[in-house]
Design a protein around this ligand. Structure first.
Ligand code: GCB
Length: 611
Protein backbone atom coordinates (compact mmCIF):
# COMPACT_ATOMS: atom_id res chain seq x y z
CA UNK A 1 0.00 0.00 0.00
CA UNK A 2 2.83 2.34 0.93
CA UNK A 3 4.48 1.71 -2.45
CA UNK A 4 1.22 2.30 -4.22
CA UNK A 5 0.85 5.65 -2.51
CA UNK A 6 4.38 6.75 -3.37
CA UNK A 7 3.67 5.82 -6.95
CA UNK A 8 0.52 7.87 -6.93
CA UNK A 9 2.34 10.81 -5.44
CA UNK A 10 4.91 10.61 -8.21
CA UNK A 11 2.14 10.43 -10.79
CA UNK A 12 0.51 13.38 -9.11
CA UNK A 13 3.69 15.37 -9.45
CA UNK A 14 3.87 14.80 -13.15
CA UNK A 15 0.24 15.76 -13.65
CA UNK A 16 0.53 18.81 -11.43
CA UNK A 17 3.50 19.89 -13.48
CA UNK A 18 1.53 19.55 -16.68
CA UNK A 19 -1.26 21.51 -15.10
CA UNK A 20 1.14 24.18 -13.96
CA UNK A 21 2.55 24.49 -17.47
CA UNK A 22 -0.90 25.25 -18.90
CA UNK A 23 -2.48 27.29 -16.20
CA UNK A 24 -0.38 28.30 -13.23
CA UNK A 25 -3.13 28.72 -10.70
CA UNK A 26 -1.77 30.32 -7.54
CA UNK A 27 -2.77 28.70 -4.27
CA UNK A 28 -3.47 30.28 -0.92
CA UNK A 29 -3.91 33.82 -2.22
CA UNK A 30 -5.79 34.48 1.01
CA UNK A 31 -2.49 34.76 2.81
CA UNK A 32 -0.84 36.90 0.14
CA UNK A 33 -0.32 40.59 -0.21
CA UNK A 34 -3.22 41.52 -2.45
CA UNK A 35 -5.05 44.55 -3.74
CA UNK A 36 -8.75 43.94 -3.75
CA UNK A 37 -10.86 44.78 -6.77
CA UNK A 38 -14.04 44.10 -4.84
CA UNK A 39 -16.62 46.84 -4.63
CA UNK A 40 -18.70 48.64 -7.23
CA UNK A 41 -18.27 47.66 -10.87
CA UNK A 42 -20.14 49.40 -13.68
CA UNK A 43 -22.20 47.06 -15.80
CA UNK A 44 -24.00 46.87 -19.13
CA UNK A 45 -26.66 44.23 -19.77
CA UNK A 46 -26.13 42.82 -23.25
CA UNK A 47 -28.66 40.14 -24.19
CA UNK A 48 -27.75 40.34 -27.91
CA UNK A 49 -23.99 40.40 -27.22
CA UNK A 50 -23.81 43.59 -29.16
CA UNK A 51 -20.58 44.56 -27.41
CA UNK A 52 -18.94 41.32 -28.50
CA UNK A 53 -20.09 40.62 -32.08
CA UNK A 54 -20.24 43.00 -35.00
CA UNK A 55 -23.40 43.07 -37.13
CA UNK A 56 -22.06 40.13 -39.18
CA UNK A 57 -21.77 38.17 -35.94
CA UNK A 58 -17.96 38.24 -36.04
CA UNK A 59 -16.45 38.51 -32.58
CA UNK A 60 -14.67 41.82 -32.05
CA UNK A 61 -11.94 40.25 -29.99
CA UNK A 62 -10.79 38.17 -32.97
CA UNK A 63 -10.39 41.28 -35.15
CA UNK A 64 -7.19 43.24 -35.81
CA UNK A 65 -8.72 46.64 -35.14
CA UNK A 66 -11.89 46.11 -33.21
CA UNK A 67 -14.51 48.80 -33.45
CA UNK A 68 -14.85 51.40 -30.72
CA UNK A 69 -18.14 49.70 -30.02
CA UNK A 70 -16.39 46.61 -28.71
CA UNK A 71 -17.26 47.05 -25.05
CA UNK A 72 -13.96 45.65 -23.80
CA UNK A 73 -12.25 48.72 -25.25
CA UNK A 74 -14.08 50.97 -22.80
CA UNK A 75 -13.75 53.62 -25.49
CA UNK A 76 -14.58 57.30 -24.87
CA UNK A 77 -15.55 59.68 -27.72
CA UNK A 78 -12.70 62.07 -28.58
CA UNK A 79 -15.00 64.93 -29.42
CA UNK A 80 -18.67 65.73 -29.67
CA UNK A 81 -18.99 64.42 -33.23
CA UNK A 82 -17.89 60.88 -32.47
CA UNK A 83 -20.49 58.12 -32.29
CA UNK A 84 -20.05 55.72 -29.37
CA UNK A 85 -23.12 53.86 -28.16
CA UNK A 86 -22.08 52.76 -24.67
CA UNK A 87 -20.43 54.29 -21.64
CA UNK A 88 -19.52 52.17 -18.67
CA UNK A 89 -18.95 55.15 -16.41
CA UNK A 90 -22.50 56.39 -16.94
CA UNK A 91 -23.93 52.91 -16.46
CA UNK A 92 -25.17 51.58 -13.11
CA UNK A 93 -23.08 49.51 -10.72
CA UNK A 94 -23.24 46.08 -9.13
CA UNK A 95 -21.32 44.93 -6.10
CA UNK A 96 -18.54 42.40 -6.51
CA UNK A 97 -18.57 39.85 -5.05
CA UNK A 98 -22.23 39.18 -5.60
CA UNK A 99 -24.67 37.71 -8.08
CA UNK A 100 -26.68 40.10 -10.23
CA UNK A 101 -30.02 38.36 -9.63
CA UNK A 102 -30.34 39.36 -6.01
CA UNK A 103 -28.91 42.88 -6.44
CA UNK A 104 -31.08 44.19 -9.24
CA UNK A 105 -34.74 43.27 -9.51
CA UNK A 106 -34.83 43.48 -13.28
CA UNK A 107 -32.00 40.93 -13.46
CA UNK A 108 -33.70 38.41 -11.20
CA UNK A 109 -34.53 35.98 -14.01
CA UNK A 110 -31.86 37.17 -16.43
CA UNK A 111 -29.61 34.61 -18.08
CA UNK A 112 -27.17 35.93 -20.64
CA UNK A 113 -24.31 38.38 -20.97
CA UNK A 114 -23.54 41.23 -18.61
CA UNK A 115 -20.35 43.28 -19.05
CA UNK A 116 -18.56 44.46 -15.92
CA UNK A 117 -15.94 47.21 -15.75
CA UNK A 118 -13.70 48.36 -12.93
CA UNK A 119 -11.09 51.12 -13.17
CA UNK A 120 -8.14 51.25 -10.77
CA UNK A 121 -4.67 52.61 -10.19
CA UNK A 122 -1.76 50.36 -9.42
CA UNK A 123 1.38 51.86 -8.04
CA UNK A 124 2.50 48.88 -6.12
CA UNK A 125 4.45 46.64 -8.47
CA UNK A 126 8.06 46.52 -7.32
CA UNK A 127 10.67 46.04 -10.03
CA UNK A 128 10.93 42.36 -10.98
CA UNK A 129 7.78 41.45 -9.08
CA UNK A 130 5.00 39.61 -10.86
CA UNK A 131 1.31 40.46 -10.68
CA UNK A 132 -1.66 38.17 -11.18
CA UNK A 133 -5.31 39.01 -11.63
CA UNK A 134 -7.13 36.39 -9.59
CA UNK A 135 -10.87 35.61 -9.69
CA UNK A 136 -12.32 33.37 -6.98
CA UNK A 137 -15.22 32.54 -9.34
CA UNK A 138 -17.43 33.93 -12.10
CA UNK A 139 -20.61 32.19 -13.24
CA UNK A 140 -20.40 30.80 -15.91
CA UNK A 141 -18.12 31.98 -18.70
CA UNK A 142 -15.75 34.88 -18.12
CA UNK A 143 -13.95 36.64 -20.98
CA UNK A 144 -11.45 38.90 -19.30
CA UNK A 145 -9.79 42.02 -20.75
CA UNK A 146 -7.24 44.35 -19.20
CA UNK A 147 -6.79 47.84 -20.66
CA UNK A 148 -8.50 46.66 -23.85
CA UNK A 149 -6.39 43.53 -24.29
CA UNK A 150 -7.87 40.07 -23.94
CA UNK A 151 -6.33 38.01 -21.15
CA UNK A 152 -8.35 34.86 -21.66
CA UNK A 153 -11.54 32.93 -21.05
CA UNK A 154 -12.62 30.73 -18.19
CA UNK A 155 -15.61 28.41 -18.02
CA UNK A 156 -17.11 27.01 -14.84
CA UNK A 157 -18.96 28.99 -12.22
CA UNK A 158 -17.41 27.78 -8.98
CA UNK A 159 -13.65 27.56 -9.23
CA UNK A 160 -10.80 30.09 -9.28
CA UNK A 161 -8.64 31.20 -12.19
CA UNK A 162 -5.94 33.79 -12.69
CA UNK A 163 -4.00 35.65 -15.36
CA UNK A 164 -0.41 36.79 -15.31
CA UNK A 165 -0.61 40.56 -15.85
CA UNK A 166 3.04 41.35 -15.10
CA UNK A 167 4.10 44.44 -17.05
CA UNK A 168 0.56 45.19 -18.16
CA UNK A 169 -0.45 47.56 -15.39
CA UNK A 170 -0.03 51.34 -15.40
CA UNK A 171 0.17 53.53 -12.31
CA UNK A 172 -3.11 55.21 -13.30
CA UNK A 173 -6.39 54.42 -15.02
CA UNK A 174 -6.25 50.69 -15.65
CA UNK A 175 -9.53 49.04 -16.45
CA UNK A 176 -10.62 45.42 -16.27
CA UNK A 177 -13.62 44.43 -18.34
CA UNK A 178 -15.26 41.05 -17.85
CA UNK A 179 -17.90 39.68 -20.15
CA UNK A 180 -19.90 37.38 -17.92
CA UNK A 181 -22.28 34.95 -19.56
CA UNK A 182 -24.42 32.59 -17.49
CA UNK A 183 -26.52 31.14 -20.34
CA UNK A 184 -27.15 27.47 -19.64
CA UNK A 185 -25.94 25.15 -22.37
CA UNK A 186 -26.38 21.44 -22.92
CA UNK A 187 -22.67 20.75 -23.32
CA UNK A 188 -21.59 22.57 -20.18
CA UNK A 189 -21.00 21.45 -16.60
CA UNK A 190 -23.52 21.75 -15.06
CA UNK A 191 -25.86 21.36 -17.98
CA UNK A 192 -29.21 23.10 -18.64
CA UNK A 193 -31.19 21.34 -15.94
CA UNK A 194 -30.44 21.76 -12.26
CA UNK A 195 -32.51 22.08 -9.11
CA UNK A 196 -30.83 25.33 -8.06
CA UNK A 197 -30.79 28.95 -9.15
CA UNK A 198 -28.42 29.89 -11.93
CA UNK A 199 -27.04 32.99 -10.21
CA UNK A 200 -24.98 35.03 -12.67
CA UNK A 201 -22.14 37.43 -12.16
CA UNK A 202 -18.75 37.89 -10.57
CA UNK A 203 -20.02 35.97 -7.60
CA UNK A 204 -16.77 35.78 -5.62
CA UNK A 205 -13.84 38.08 -4.85
CA UNK A 206 -11.41 39.61 -7.33
CA UNK A 207 -7.88 40.67 -6.46
CA UNK A 208 -4.45 41.52 -7.77
CA UNK A 209 -1.75 39.36 -6.26
CA UNK A 210 1.81 40.64 -6.32
CA UNK A 211 4.63 38.14 -5.83
CA UNK A 212 8.44 38.23 -6.12
CA UNK A 213 10.14 37.19 -9.37
CA UNK A 214 10.28 33.57 -8.16
CA UNK A 215 7.59 32.51 -5.77
CA UNK A 216 5.74 29.61 -4.19
CA UNK A 217 3.04 29.01 -6.73
CA UNK A 218 1.63 25.77 -5.40
CA UNK A 219 2.28 23.24 -2.68
CA UNK A 220 0.73 20.16 -1.21
CA UNK A 221 1.42 19.08 2.34
CA UNK A 222 -0.70 16.39 3.95
CA UNK A 223 -0.25 13.50 6.32
CA UNK A 224 0.51 10.20 4.62
CA UNK A 225 -2.72 8.23 5.24
CA UNK A 226 -0.62 5.15 5.96
CA UNK A 227 2.02 6.70 8.14
CA UNK A 228 1.14 9.37 10.65
CA UNK A 229 4.84 10.12 11.11
CA UNK A 230 5.26 11.47 7.63
CA UNK A 231 3.97 14.40 5.62
CA UNK A 232 3.95 13.99 1.88
CA UNK A 233 3.47 16.35 -1.01
CA UNK A 234 5.36 18.75 -3.22
CA UNK A 235 6.17 22.37 -3.86
CA UNK A 236 6.05 24.15 -7.21
CA UNK A 237 7.98 27.36 -7.75
CA UNK A 238 6.56 29.78 -10.32
CA UNK A 239 7.92 32.89 -11.97
CA UNK A 240 11.11 33.72 -13.80
CA UNK A 241 13.54 31.29 -12.26
CA UNK A 242 12.02 28.01 -11.36
CA UNK A 243 14.91 25.59 -11.68
CA UNK A 244 17.38 24.96 -8.89
CA UNK A 245 15.50 27.08 -6.35
CA UNK A 246 15.96 26.36 -2.69
CA UNK A 247 12.63 26.11 -0.91
CA UNK A 248 12.40 26.01 2.85
CA UNK A 249 9.47 24.38 4.56
CA UNK A 250 9.03 25.42 8.17
CA UNK A 251 6.60 24.10 10.72
CA UNK A 252 7.90 25.66 13.93
CA UNK A 253 5.64 23.74 16.32
CA UNK A 254 6.87 20.43 14.87
CA UNK A 255 10.46 21.64 14.69
CA UNK A 256 10.42 21.03 10.95
CA UNK A 257 12.88 23.05 8.92
CA UNK A 258 13.49 21.34 5.64
CA UNK A 259 15.13 22.57 2.50
CA UNK A 260 14.46 21.13 -0.95
CA UNK A 261 15.82 22.15 -4.33
CA UNK A 262 13.55 22.37 -7.34
CA UNK A 263 14.15 20.49 -10.56
CA UNK A 264 14.31 22.00 -14.04
CA UNK A 265 10.58 22.70 -13.97
CA UNK A 266 10.47 24.30 -10.56
CA UNK A 267 9.11 21.26 -8.79
CA UNK A 268 10.33 19.41 -5.70
CA UNK A 269 8.71 16.47 -3.89
CA UNK A 270 8.27 16.75 -0.12
CA UNK A 271 8.64 13.95 2.37
CA UNK A 272 8.82 15.31 5.86
CA UNK A 273 9.37 13.12 8.91
CA UNK A 274 7.38 14.29 11.91
CA UNK A 275 6.85 13.07 15.43
CA UNK A 276 3.96 13.43 17.83
CA UNK A 277 1.68 15.29 15.48
CA UNK A 278 -1.27 16.92 17.18
CA UNK A 279 -3.80 15.39 14.82
CA UNK A 280 -6.67 17.43 13.42
CA UNK A 281 -10.17 16.12 14.17
CA UNK A 282 -13.63 17.59 14.82
CA UNK A 283 -12.89 17.37 18.56
CA UNK A 284 -9.44 18.94 18.12
CA UNK A 285 -9.33 21.14 15.00
CA UNK A 286 -5.68 21.95 15.50
CA UNK A 287 -3.94 23.85 12.71
CA UNK A 288 -0.18 24.22 12.43
CA UNK A 289 1.46 27.39 11.23
CA UNK A 290 3.39 26.39 8.15
CA UNK A 291 5.53 28.64 6.02
CA UNK A 292 7.22 28.09 2.72
CA UNK A 293 10.04 30.31 1.62
CA UNK A 294 11.82 30.75 -1.68
CA UNK A 295 14.21 33.72 -1.90
CA UNK A 296 12.14 36.77 -0.89
CA UNK A 297 8.83 35.00 -1.03
CA UNK A 298 7.34 33.75 2.23
CA UNK A 299 3.92 32.17 2.14
CA UNK A 300 2.17 31.27 5.37
CA UNK A 301 -0.62 28.80 5.83
CA UNK A 302 -2.47 27.11 8.66
CA UNK A 303 -2.66 23.40 7.96
CA UNK A 304 -4.22 20.58 9.93
CA UNK A 305 -2.77 17.10 9.69
CA UNK A 306 -4.99 14.06 9.85
CA UNK A 307 -5.37 10.81 8.02
CA UNK A 308 -8.48 9.52 6.36
CA UNK A 309 -8.93 6.07 4.87
CA UNK A 310 -11.35 3.18 4.74
CA UNK A 311 -11.06 -0.38 5.98
CA UNK A 312 -13.91 -2.69 5.06
CA UNK A 313 -17.05 -0.76 5.88
CA UNK A 314 -15.28 1.65 8.22
CA UNK A 315 -14.15 5.19 7.61
CA UNK A 316 -11.06 5.75 9.70
CA UNK A 317 -10.13 9.25 10.78
CA UNK A 318 -6.67 9.15 12.33
CA UNK A 319 -7.07 5.36 12.32
CA UNK A 320 -10.26 5.46 14.40
CA UNK A 321 -13.72 4.58 13.07
CA UNK A 322 -15.93 7.60 12.63
CA UNK A 323 -19.57 8.14 11.76
CA UNK A 324 -20.22 11.14 9.53
CA UNK A 325 -23.02 13.15 11.09
CA UNK A 326 -23.66 15.39 8.16
CA UNK A 327 -25.95 17.80 6.42
CA UNK A 328 -26.08 18.96 2.79
CA UNK A 329 -25.65 22.67 2.13
CA UNK A 330 -26.17 24.92 -0.92
CA UNK A 331 -24.11 28.08 -1.26
CA UNK A 332 -26.76 30.66 -0.41
CA UNK A 333 -26.99 33.31 2.25
CA UNK A 334 -30.32 33.13 4.06
CA UNK A 335 -30.11 36.63 5.51
CA UNK A 336 -29.03 38.74 2.55
CA UNK A 337 -30.37 36.37 -0.13
CA UNK A 338 -28.41 35.18 -3.14
CA UNK A 339 -25.07 33.41 -3.43
CA UNK A 340 -22.96 33.19 -0.31
CA UNK A 341 -19.36 34.34 -0.69
CA UNK A 342 -17.96 35.74 2.54
CA UNK A 343 -16.36 34.49 5.71
CA UNK A 344 -19.44 35.68 7.59
CA UNK A 345 -21.72 33.68 5.26
CA UNK A 346 -19.62 30.59 5.90
CA UNK A 347 -19.87 31.18 9.64
CA UNK A 348 -23.67 31.42 9.56
CA UNK A 349 -24.08 28.19 7.60
CA UNK A 350 -21.47 26.16 9.44
CA UNK A 351 -22.64 27.36 12.86
CA UNK A 352 -26.05 25.94 12.05
CA UNK A 353 -24.42 22.66 11.07
CA UNK A 354 -22.61 22.68 14.42
CA UNK A 355 -25.82 23.46 16.28
CA UNK A 356 -27.36 20.45 14.59
CA UNK A 357 -24.58 18.32 16.03
CA UNK A 358 -22.77 17.69 12.73
CA UNK A 359 -19.16 16.70 12.33
CA UNK A 360 -19.51 16.65 8.53
CA UNK A 361 -21.00 18.77 5.75
CA UNK A 362 -21.72 17.99 2.14
CA UNK A 363 -21.10 21.11 0.06
CA UNK A 364 -23.57 20.47 -2.76
CA UNK A 365 -23.57 20.46 -5.82
CA UNK A 366 -20.49 22.42 -6.88
CA UNK A 367 -17.37 23.77 -5.20
CA UNK A 368 -18.32 26.39 -2.62
CA UNK A 369 -16.19 29.46 -1.93
CA UNK A 370 -12.82 29.00 -0.25
CA UNK A 371 -14.04 30.43 3.07
CA UNK A 372 -16.17 27.33 3.61
CA UNK A 373 -13.31 24.83 3.74
CA UNK A 374 -11.10 27.28 5.65
CA UNK A 375 -13.83 27.89 8.23
CA UNK A 376 -14.53 24.13 8.43
CA UNK A 377 -10.82 23.61 9.14
CA UNK A 378 -11.09 25.97 12.10
CA UNK A 379 -14.46 24.77 13.36
CA UNK A 380 -13.71 21.08 13.11
CA UNK A 381 -16.14 19.98 10.42
CA UNK A 382 -15.24 17.34 7.86
CA UNK A 383 -16.18 18.27 4.31
CA UNK A 384 -17.43 16.60 1.13
CA UNK A 385 -16.67 18.69 -1.95
CA UNK A 386 -18.52 18.06 -5.18
CA UNK A 387 -17.97 18.54 -8.89
CA UNK A 388 -21.07 19.93 -10.71
CA UNK A 389 -21.49 16.80 -12.83
CA UNK A 390 -25.21 16.71 -12.16
CA UNK A 391 -27.96 14.54 -13.64
CA UNK A 392 -27.58 14.09 -17.38
CA UNK A 393 -24.68 15.83 -19.04
CA UNK A 394 -23.10 15.09 -22.43
CA UNK A 395 -21.10 12.02 -21.50
CA UNK A 396 -19.68 11.53 -24.96
CA UNK A 397 -18.64 15.09 -25.61
CA UNK A 398 -14.88 15.45 -25.13
CA UNK A 399 -15.11 19.16 -24.40
CA UNK A 400 -17.70 18.50 -21.73
CA UNK A 401 -15.32 16.03 -20.14
CA UNK A 402 -12.46 18.52 -20.27
CA UNK A 403 -14.60 21.18 -18.60
CA UNK A 404 -15.59 18.78 -15.83
CA UNK A 405 -12.02 17.62 -15.34
CA UNK A 406 -10.65 21.15 -15.23
CA UNK A 407 -13.17 22.19 -12.59
CA UNK A 408 -12.21 19.15 -10.55
CA UNK A 409 -8.52 20.00 -10.93
CA UNK A 410 -9.12 23.62 -9.93
CA UNK A 411 -10.92 22.77 -6.71
CA UNK A 412 -8.28 20.19 -5.78
CA UNK A 413 -5.56 22.75 -6.48
CA UNK A 414 -7.33 25.24 -4.23
CA UNK A 415 -8.35 23.04 -1.30
CA UNK A 416 -5.91 20.14 -1.15
CA UNK A 417 -4.24 21.51 1.98
CA UNK A 418 -7.48 21.74 3.94
CA UNK A 419 -7.68 19.05 6.60
CA UNK A 420 -11.45 19.39 6.69
CA UNK A 421 -11.85 18.13 3.13
CA UNK A 422 -11.99 14.33 3.31
CA UNK A 423 -14.06 13.38 0.27
CA UNK A 424 -13.99 14.47 -3.36
CA UNK A 425 -17.35 13.69 -4.91
CA UNK A 426 -17.39 13.26 -8.65
CA UNK A 427 -21.06 13.60 -9.50
CA UNK A 428 -24.69 13.58 -8.39
CA UNK A 429 -27.49 11.25 -9.52
CA UNK A 430 -26.13 10.31 -12.90
CA UNK A 431 -27.74 7.64 -15.11
CA UNK A 432 -26.14 4.20 -15.20
CA UNK A 433 -24.85 3.95 -18.78
CA UNK A 434 -21.48 2.79 -20.11
CA UNK A 435 -20.63 6.32 -21.39
CA UNK A 436 -21.36 7.94 -18.06
CA UNK A 437 -19.41 5.28 -16.18
CA UNK A 438 -16.39 5.77 -18.45
CA UNK A 439 -16.62 9.55 -17.99
CA UNK A 440 -16.70 9.34 -14.20
CA UNK A 441 -13.97 6.72 -14.12
CA UNK A 442 -11.72 9.15 -15.96
CA UNK A 443 -12.57 11.84 -13.44
CA UNK A 444 -11.74 9.45 -10.62
CA UNK A 445 -8.37 8.60 -12.18
CA UNK A 446 -7.56 12.28 -12.54
CA UNK A 447 -8.57 12.99 -8.95
CA UNK A 448 -6.54 10.13 -7.52
CA UNK A 449 -3.53 11.22 -9.54
CA UNK A 450 -3.73 14.73 -8.11
CA UNK A 451 -4.58 13.75 -4.55
CA UNK A 452 -3.79 10.28 -3.23
CA UNK A 453 -4.67 11.23 0.36
CA UNK A 454 -8.45 11.63 0.24
CA UNK A 455 -11.49 9.46 -0.35
CA UNK A 456 -13.55 9.42 -3.51
CA UNK A 457 -17.29 9.11 -3.80
CA UNK A 458 -20.25 10.08 -5.98
CA UNK A 459 -23.90 10.44 -5.02
CA UNK A 460 -25.50 7.45 -6.79
CA UNK A 461 -29.14 6.41 -7.00
CA UNK A 462 -31.10 3.65 -5.35
CA UNK A 463 -33.06 0.95 -7.15
CA UNK A 464 -36.11 -0.89 -5.91
CA UNK A 465 -35.86 -4.66 -6.17
CA UNK A 466 -39.49 -4.99 -5.10
CA UNK A 467 -42.03 -3.15 -2.96
CA UNK A 468 -40.08 -3.75 0.23
CA UNK A 469 -36.43 -4.14 -0.81
CA UNK A 470 -34.08 -1.54 -2.23
CA UNK A 471 -30.48 -1.63 -3.37
CA UNK A 472 -27.85 0.33 -5.26
CA UNK A 473 -26.94 -1.29 -8.52
CA UNK A 474 -24.17 0.63 -10.21
CA UNK A 475 -20.79 -0.44 -11.65
CA UNK A 476 -19.21 2.71 -10.17
CA UNK A 477 -19.42 1.16 -6.72
CA UNK A 478 -16.24 -0.72 -7.63
CA UNK A 479 -14.38 2.52 -8.22
CA UNK A 480 -15.36 4.66 -5.26
CA UNK A 481 -14.01 4.44 -1.71
CA UNK A 482 -17.36 5.34 -0.20
CA UNK A 483 -20.68 4.08 -1.55
CA UNK A 484 -23.03 7.06 -1.41
CA UNK A 485 -26.56 7.30 -2.66
CA UNK A 486 -29.59 9.55 -2.52
CA UNK A 487 -33.03 8.18 -1.74
CA UNK A 488 -36.43 9.80 -1.34
CA UNK A 489 -38.70 7.04 -0.06
CA UNK A 490 -41.65 8.83 1.52
CA UNK A 491 -41.47 11.87 -0.75
CA UNK A 492 -41.02 11.13 -4.46
CA UNK A 493 -41.36 7.43 -3.90
CA UNK A 494 -44.49 6.43 -1.91
CA UNK A 495 -45.43 7.86 1.50
CA UNK A 496 -43.44 7.87 4.74
CA UNK A 497 -45.27 4.79 6.01
CA UNK A 498 -43.31 2.82 3.36
CA UNK A 499 -40.09 3.53 5.22
CA UNK A 500 -40.56 1.12 8.09
CA UNK A 501 -41.39 -1.64 5.59
CA UNK A 502 -38.24 -1.13 3.51
CA UNK A 503 -35.09 -3.16 3.88
CA UNK A 504 -31.81 -2.68 2.03
CA UNK A 505 -29.68 -5.17 0.24
CA UNK A 506 -26.20 -3.77 -0.09
CA UNK A 507 -23.59 -6.45 -0.56
CA UNK A 508 -20.39 -4.47 -0.90
CA UNK A 509 -18.18 -4.26 2.13
CA UNK A 510 -17.64 -0.53 1.80
CA UNK A 511 -18.71 2.41 3.94
CA UNK A 512 -22.15 3.70 2.99
CA UNK A 513 -23.23 7.33 3.13
CA UNK A 514 -26.84 8.20 2.45
CA UNK A 515 -26.11 11.48 0.74
CA UNK A 516 -29.72 12.69 0.49
CA UNK A 517 -33.16 12.15 1.90
CA UNK A 518 -35.78 14.72 2.76
CA UNK A 519 -39.23 16.20 2.40
CA UNK A 520 -40.55 19.66 1.60
CA UNK A 521 -42.11 21.65 4.43
CA UNK A 522 -43.16 25.26 4.64
CA UNK A 523 -41.90 26.61 7.94
CA UNK A 524 -44.90 27.51 10.10
CA UNK A 525 -47.33 25.31 8.18
CA UNK A 526 -48.80 22.72 10.54
CA UNK A 527 -51.14 19.80 10.02
CA UNK A 528 -51.11 16.07 10.37
CA UNK A 529 -48.12 13.93 9.53
CA UNK A 530 -49.59 12.68 6.22
CA UNK A 531 -50.24 16.17 4.89
CA UNK A 532 -47.67 17.33 2.33
CA UNK A 533 -45.76 20.53 3.03
CA UNK A 534 -46.43 20.53 6.76
CA UNK A 535 -43.59 20.52 9.28
CA UNK A 536 -45.21 17.39 10.74
CA UNK A 537 -44.84 15.45 7.47
CA UNK A 538 -41.16 16.36 7.27
CA UNK A 539 -40.65 15.50 10.93
CA UNK A 540 -42.34 12.10 10.48
CA UNK A 541 -40.29 11.35 7.38
CA UNK A 542 -37.07 12.13 9.27
CA UNK A 543 -38.06 9.86 12.17
CA UNK A 544 -38.94 6.98 9.89
CA UNK A 545 -35.94 7.43 7.59
CA UNK A 546 -33.43 7.55 10.45
CA UNK A 547 -34.91 4.36 11.87
CA UNK A 548 -34.75 2.65 8.48
CA UNK A 549 -31.21 3.69 7.60
CA UNK A 550 -29.77 2.39 10.83
CA UNK A 551 -30.59 -1.09 9.62
CA UNK A 552 -27.93 -0.81 6.89
CA UNK A 553 -24.91 -2.49 8.54
CA UNK A 554 -22.35 -0.52 6.51
CA UNK A 555 -23.95 2.87 7.20
CA UNK A 556 -21.15 5.29 8.15
CA UNK A 557 -22.72 8.63 7.46
CA UNK A 558 -25.70 10.67 6.33
CA UNK A 559 -26.10 14.11 4.77
CA UNK A 560 -29.86 14.78 4.71
CA UNK A 561 -31.25 17.20 2.15
CA UNK A 562 -30.85 20.04 3.19
CA UNK A 563 -29.80 22.62 5.82
CA UNK A 564 -31.68 25.67 4.47
CA UNK A 565 -34.49 26.20 1.91
CA UNK A 566 -32.91 27.34 -1.35
CA UNK A 567 -34.04 29.03 -4.53
CA UNK A 568 -34.99 26.84 -7.44
CA UNK A 569 -36.86 27.66 -10.65
CA UNK A 570 -38.27 24.12 -10.58
CA UNK A 571 -40.41 24.90 -7.54
CA UNK A 572 -43.33 27.16 -8.49
CA UNK A 573 -46.16 25.95 -6.21
CA UNK A 574 -47.88 29.15 -5.02
CA UNK A 575 -48.04 29.93 -1.31
CA UNK A 576 -45.89 26.91 -0.53
CA UNK A 577 -42.78 26.91 -2.65
CA UNK A 578 -42.92 30.29 -4.41
CA UNK A 579 -39.62 29.52 -6.11
CA UNK A 580 -37.97 27.78 -3.15
CA UNK A 581 -37.05 24.17 -2.63
CA UNK A 582 -38.62 23.64 0.80
CA UNK A 583 -36.62 20.64 1.96
CA UNK A 584 -34.56 22.80 4.31
CA UNK A 585 -34.46 22.11 8.03
CA UNK A 586 -34.33 25.88 8.31
CA UNK A 587 -36.38 28.37 6.29
CA UNK A 588 -34.78 31.04 4.10
CA UNK A 589 -35.47 33.51 6.88
CA UNK A 590 -33.48 31.45 9.38
CA UNK A 591 -36.38 29.79 11.24
CA UNK A 592 -35.97 26.17 12.24
CA UNK A 593 -38.53 23.52 11.38
CA UNK A 594 -39.50 20.59 13.58
CA UNK A 595 -37.33 18.11 11.68
CA UNK A 596 -34.24 20.12 12.65
CA UNK A 597 -34.74 18.93 16.21
CA UNK A 598 -35.33 15.32 15.17
CA UNK A 599 -31.95 15.23 13.47
CA UNK A 600 -30.29 17.16 16.29
CA UNK A 601 -31.59 14.59 18.75
CA UNK A 602 -30.45 11.71 16.59
CA UNK A 603 -26.94 13.13 16.35
CA UNK A 604 -26.81 13.83 20.06
CA UNK A 605 -27.63 10.27 20.98
CA UNK A 606 -25.97 8.37 18.15
CA UNK A 607 -23.00 6.18 19.00
CA UNK A 608 -21.11 4.31 16.33
CA UNK A 609 -20.80 1.26 18.53
CA UNK A 610 -24.59 0.99 18.58
CA UNK A 611 -24.34 -0.17 15.00
C1 GCB B 1 -32.14 15.35 -5.56
C2 GCB B 1 -31.05 16.22 -6.05
C3 GCB B 1 -31.09 17.59 -5.43
C4 GCB B 1 -32.51 18.09 -5.40
C5 GCB B 1 -33.32 17.16 -4.54
C6 GCB B 1 -34.80 17.56 -4.48
O1 GCB B 1 -32.12 14.17 -5.66
O2 GCB B 1 -29.79 15.65 -5.88
O3 GCB B 1 -30.27 18.45 -6.17
O4 GCB B 1 -32.61 19.41 -4.97
O5 GCB B 1 -33.25 15.89 -5.03
O6 GCB B 1 -35.16 18.35 -3.65
O7 GCB B 1 -35.55 17.04 -5.30
Amino acid sequence: MKRKLTLLVILCFSICRQLAAQDPLLVNVYNRDTKTLNGKWHYIVDPYENGYYDYRQEPFDKQQNPSNNAYFRNYKPKDKTELVEYDFDKSPTLLVPGDWNSQEEKLFYYEGTVWYKKSFDYEKAKPNNRVYLYFDAVNYQADVYLNGEKLGTHKGGFTPFNFDVTGKLKPRDNFVVVKVDNKRKREEVPTVNTDWWNYGGITREVRLVEVPASFVQDYFLQLDPNNTNELIGYVQVGGEQQAGQKVQVNIPALKVKQEVVTDARGYAPLEVKVRKVNLWSPENPYLYDVNLRVNDDVLEDQIGFRSIRTEGADILLNNKPVFLKGISIHEENPQRGGRAYSEEDARILLNWAKELGCNFVRLAHYPHNEHMARMADKMGLMVWEENPVYWTIQWQNEDTYKTAERQQAEVITRDKNRASVIIWSMANETPVTPERTAFIRNLIAKTRSMDPTRLISAALEKHNINATTSTVDDPLIEDVDVLSFNQYIGWYDRLPDALSKTSWEIKQNKPVIVSEFGAGALQGLHGDKMERWTEEYQEYLYEETLAMLQKIPQLRGITPWILVDFRSPRRPLPNVQDGWNRKGLISQTGDKKKAFYVLQDFYKNFKLKDK
